[in-house]
Design a protein around this ligand. Structure first.
Ligand code: C2E
Ligand code: MG
Ligand code: MG
Ligand code: MG
Length: 279
């Protein structure tokens, strides 16, 4: 019994607490402090239409600017924020900030493109998620078609609620993408029933596209399935011209990856939008 929760809800430590749970405890407290102190920042990665090399979307990706550790990657703290429930406060900040930023770019006269935010399954399945999104759009003045919500296949753990929420979001006018497609509980049944707009092919399939025939087959199959279902398809993690040519030859035009740009600051993304051409 290394960690006890007293009646006052104060967490008590004992010396028998092992390293892992100690680290975890510290990390949880640090995340809580980071929320209070506003230590999170958003980076933005462009999504490119390779027909004309224009930016057709941008994904907002969170980083934690810790005063001591510097920029901390989301893979380090998102899982713990999810388990502890702090993800909801964090992502409410993410959605608000991303919508504000997109509206600010539009006000500058830059090309109007949708901004994508990642929503954890836990947050997506909250009863008030649609009201929350509605309120952010109202407060920021961003038109709903310029917000894209990325969810993962794990939202299908509660199919009824997922469908209801997706239908409400669709009615509201926001776009929905399935992120990391192919890595979760893939069921073709929900592709048939879920009102979504885009599939994002996970980068683990893109990585070895030129070396591994199975990956190549999976990628070309996802692309053609998306076309048949009238869904847009985006490839993640495109790093090389060879990967890009395979994707293009298989009719996937929209890509995201280091080949074009890593996630960058708002200021850097604004410069790219100003040129809006990677040719
Ligand atoms: P994701 O949503 O699949 O985002 C794409 C990740 O791939 C990003 O990592 C991005 O930097 C990385 N990436 C993009 N292009 C390339 C490439 O060409 N090569 C390689 N190797 N990587 C590439 P990042 O920013 O570290 O984010 C990791 C994950 O953290 C995201 O994966 C997403 O699942 C999660 N995440 C980020 N922000 C949020 C958030 O606000 N809420 C939630 N729930 N998750 C978030
Ligand atoms: Mg994503
Ligand atoms: Mg992804
Ligand atoms: Mg991924």
């Amino acid at each position: 019994n290394v960690k006890e929760k007293g009646k006052s809800n104060v967490q008590i430590y004992t010396s028998s607490m092992n390293n892992t749970s100690l680290e975890r405890f510290n990390l949880e407290n640090d995340i809580r402090r980071a929320i209070e102190n506003g230590e999170f920042v958003l980076y933005y990665q462009p999504q490119i239409n390779t027909d004309n090399n224009e930016i057709v979307g941008v994904e907002a990706l969170i980083r934690w600017n810790d005063p001591i550790k510097g920029l901390v990657s989301p893979s380090h703290f998102i899982p713990i924020a999810e388990e502890s429930g702090m993800i909801i406060d964090i992502e409410n900040w993410v959605i608000k900030s991303a919508c504000e930023q997109n509206k600010a770019w539009q006000n500058e006269g830059l090309p109007k493109i949708p901004i994508s935010v990642n929503l954890s399954t836990r947050h997506f399945l909250q009863p008030n998620i649609v009201e929350m999104v509605t309120q952010v759009l109202e407060e920021t003045g961003l038109a709903p078609q310029f917000l894209n919500i990325e969810i993962t296949e794990s939202m299908s753990v509660d199919i009824d609620r997922a469908i209801t929420t997706l239908q409400k979001l669709k009615k509201l006018g926001v776009q929905i993408s399935i992120d990391d497609f192919g890595t979760g509980y893939s069921s073709l049944n929900y592709l048939k029933n879920f009102p979504i707009h885009k599939l994002k092919i996970d980068r683990s399939f893109v990585r070895d596209i030129k070396k591994n025939p199975n990956d190549a087959a999976i990628v070309s199959t996802i692309i053609s399935m998306a076309h048949h279902l009238n869904l847009e398809v985006i490839a993640e993690g495109v790093e090389s011209a060879e990967q890009l040519s395979y994707l293009n030859n298989n009719r996937c035009k929209i890509v995201q990856g280091y080949f074009f740009s890593p996630p960058v600051t708002a200021q850097q993304l604004q410069l790219k939008l100003l040129k809006n051409n990677f040719g």
